[in-house]
Design a protein around this ligand. Structure first.
Ligand code: MLT
Length: 404
């Protein structure tokens, strides 16, 4: 009998950011005269940097010539981009990552969701709680998470690592032994960061337990403190226990262009199998590569002018982050994040639930944020605002929240 994938049917509701967008749309339809400021999804708002636009134009023009035309991209991505990544994101930080350990893709979200495919269905998955929903939802789709308890918001076969105020929103080692550990630092949604020593402890833990860490470093460009690692490969031994996923969305504004990459060191094995070879097989079979013109745009990110222009862009968003942090603190909120990350994590006032606060903020201030509970049970009574709005909108949003 024809049946739909039963694992998909286990997913509760819709994807978090689709629910938030739907609620915003409904509010706007009912209140067309109200101006609504969106500080919910972590989508950038500033135009693409000039040097990247020039690279895009050049690549488009090349495609119009017989000599410059490019069809399917190489499986791993163009060498010019992988070399620039290896040089700038890794070797410059003392990490021993080679260009052929880098797989270019059309964005980190897809890689975060797909990477679980190269692991056994019975692997035990550990996630931070709260967590970027993609890690959990894609493991649900793969049938790895057991059953869902509606009341607690917990999957029976997932190991949750609560990230609480008491630990500065960093996870502790779980009691149960995981096979796959998802870590994201600087963190989405809490905006927290870990020190190099803390991350080294996770690498040592993974090696001791023969586990693999999937390290999402999408927000590394926002690190402002010295002791915070930009890559997990800054930690000793990480090449044999960690996969790293990176994005061009947050550091260079590619949310609409789409570009990211995954690093799988050749030294990384699961039960004697080289994971690099498996991901290469998957990439080759299911994927035809990020477009040439976008990879050329990615290359421009690493040019001297690109680095300068993007430093300014990151500083622009971090000015918003500081503005939100300070404004909310003045208004009496308990706030964290926003120092090494573009996310501000606040406690809801008066014990309100995250969704109650979402409704209040939308109704009273016309500001859309993201309810902490949407990221997992430990996110309840928290709320996330992003620094990716325009400065003007950020100022207006904080003014309205203060007047609430
Ligand atoms: C977020 O708002 O958490 C992110 O923008 C989602 C994403 O990057 O996919």
């Amino acid at each position: 009998m024809l049946k739909a994938n039963q694992d998909y049917l286990k997913l509760p509701g819709s994807y978090l950011f689709s629910t938030v967008a739907k609620k915003q749309r409904e509010f706007q339809e009912k209140n067309p005269e109200r101006s609504v400021i969106r500080l919910s999804i972590g989508d950038v708002t500033q135009p693409i940097a000039p040097v990247i636009i020039e690279a895009l134009h050049r690549a488009v023009d090349e495609m119009a010539t017989a000599e410059g035309f490019h069809g399917y991209a190489p499986d791993l991505g163009y060498e010019f981009l992988r070399s620039a990544i290896a040089e700038n994101d890794y070797k410059a930080r003392g990490c021993d990552i080679e260009p052929d350990e880098i797989f270019v893709s059309d964005g980190a979200k897809g890689d975060c969701g797909n990477i679980q495919e190269i692991f056994d269905r019975n692997c035990r998955v550990a996630v931070c709680d709260p967590v970027y929903p993609v890690y959990v939802d894609t493991n649900v789709m793969a049938g790895r998470t057991g059953s869902y308890d509606e009341k607690s918001g917990v999957w029976s076969d997932v190991i949750y690592m609560p990230c609480l105020k008491e630990n500065n929103f960093a996870p502790l080692f779980p009691e149960e032994k995981p096979d796959l550990i998802y870590l994201c630092f600087p963190n989405n949604p809490t905006g927290a960061a870990v020190t190099k020593a803390q991350l080294q402890a996770w690498v040592d833990y993974a090696k001791r337990n023969k586990a693999v860490i999937i390290y999402d470093a999408a927000y590394e460009a926002y690190i402002s403190e010295e002791d915070v690692p930009h890559s997990i490969y800054e930690c000793e031994g990480a090449e044999s226990c960690a996969i790293e996923i990176r994005s061009f969305s947050k550091n260079a504004g590619f949310t609409g262009l789409r570009l990211g990459y995954t690093v799988i060191p050749k030294a990384l094995e699961a039960d004697g199998v080289k994971l690099h070879a498996l991901w290469a097989r998957r990439h080759g079979t299911k994927y035809n590569g990020a477009p040439y013109i976008i990879q050329r745009a990615g290359e421009a990110v690493y040019s001297p002018a690109g680095k300068e222009q993007l430093k300014d862009q990151v500083a622009y968003y971090m000015k918003n982050a500081a503005y939100i942090r300070e404004g909310l603190t003045e208004a009496g909120y308990t706030v964290s994040g926003g120092v090494n990350a573009p996310y501000i994590w606040l406690e809801t006032p008066d014990g309100m639930s995250s969704w109650e606060f979402f409704d209040l903020l939308l109704e009273k201030a016309g500001v859309v944020g993201t309810p902490g509970s949407g990221f997992g049970p430990s996110g309840e009574h928290y709320f996330r605002l992003t620094a990716f709005g325009s400065f003007e909108n950020t100022v207006e949003a904080i003014k309205r929240i203060k007047e609430m």
